[in-house]
Write a protein that binds this ligand. Sequence first.
Ligand SMILES: Nc1ncnc2c1ncn2[C@@H]1O[C@H](COP(=O)(O)OP(=O)(O)O[C@H]2O[C@H](CO)[C@@H](O)[C@H](O)[C@H]2O)[C@@H](O)[C@H]1O
Length: 472
Amino acid sequence: MRIFHLSAECYPVAKVGGLADVVGALPKHQNQAGLQAAVVMPFYNRKFVHESQFDIVFQGTSLLGTRRIYFEILKEQSDKLGFELYLIKIPGLLDRENVYSYPDERDQFLAFQLCFLDWINWSGQKPDIVHCHDHHSGLIPFMMYHSALYTSLAHIPTVFTIHNGQYHGAFGWDRLELLPEVDFYKTGLLEWAGGINPLASAVKCCWKYTTVSPSYLYELTKSSNGLEYLFYIEGQKGVGILNGIDTEVWNPATDPMLPSHYNATTVTKGKAANKAALCQRFEIDKAKPLVAFIGRLVDEKGSDLLPAAIERSIEEHGDTVNFLVLGTGDAETEEGLKQLKETYPAQCAIFIGYDESLAHLVYAGSDFLLMPSRVEPCGLNQMYAMRYGTLPMVRSTGGLRDTVIDFGDEGGYGIRFDQVSVDDICSSINRAIDLYKDSRKLQTLRKRMMALDFSWGRSAKEYTDLYQSLIS
Ligand SMILES: Nc1ncnc2c1ncn2[C@@H]1O[C@H](COP(=O)(O)OP(=O)(O)O[C@H]2O[C@H](CO)[C@@H](O)[C@H](O)[C@H]2O)[C@@H](O)[C@H]1O
């Protein structure tokens, strides 16, 4: 069975967040299980691309409205990622450094989707399944099934995975002319709330959509930035499949980004060595419990509450707890965190920016990982944390609810709280500080977490079963 995954991100080619981790790992596991999975993504002017060798396997032109665009399909020569990697290169449009935030982003992703369809339409490279991820490839199901240009693709099942239902990629009807011509009566399949909405269109037109955790499937009907009713009426097409993690990349026993390696047996010593390196780098005291946050500084993650919650905890507990934040995003939150560092230099480590290897060290060297998310479709950080013996402190939502059991409950290992509020965050920090004093208990919980299996095996099988059900 041949599957094409369509995504804007894929680790290690180009990563902004968790989408990249999933698209960089799932196809590898699908191939190990005997499928033929490949990733198709835009070309980025980035390190991985410079350091890899590519063949041009197709050249063509697509029409973006009246604009004729020349494109190339580049295939990575060695399949070193464990899957075939195809990059779509369009001079002047898909050959830039960053993944998002260009003013013509809508054109970029539309062109990406059109060129993909033109390529598989003309080259005979037809897969058995087209698997689209998030709104950047959300118009593909509509175009495959409703555009006269692509009738030869109309029998291919599409699966659409929602990693983040808050972003829809919507645009106005004035841009309808950029899409291939369709019968006017079909344009309702593009529409939501008065505009063209790629996420909504994908949900309407795909054969099946999946969410990255079972809880999130339900939560989209309650909160999805205006698409709640759509998810309610299309609910029978939805399946919740929990993400896995790439246990080869995320393995404290072999992780090349860590100064000291460890496993469940050596966790206490191993984490202490990594914590020492981390604390030395940020000049904070390694003897105190270290509560960390890693992620995009956006409302969904509850990061706007971090400055107030950290300040209150430091005021309450005095010099007995340290905090580390690694992230970038909302300017006000960044400013609040910088001020925090100035006020409490000995207790706060703040890194504004994106740093993959520092993230690995933080998972290994922290005692607790805080995730006060308002919305968390799955969340990978808590799974990485647990794999590295770091206790997750999570708000009960989405995939956090599905993966973390409170240590106060039977067989539990983490800290859960209900509200996205400074009060709840601070109470969870109080519990973390108390737990840290009980080193024997902490050690038991660390070993318990490290024994959990969040690898892709089970989830990859669920995707295979889903594909199979569509093909047959
Ligand atoms: N400043 C920084 N420096 C270094 N590394 C950083 C970083 N900021 C974030 N990261 C890394 O980016 C990834 C973020 O993963 P999340 O699951 O939190 O992703 P995100 O919200 O982007 O993804 C969406 O998709 C994923 C995948 O489906 C879902 O798990 C999630 O709930 C959903 O919101 C992790 O690997 C983390 O370590």
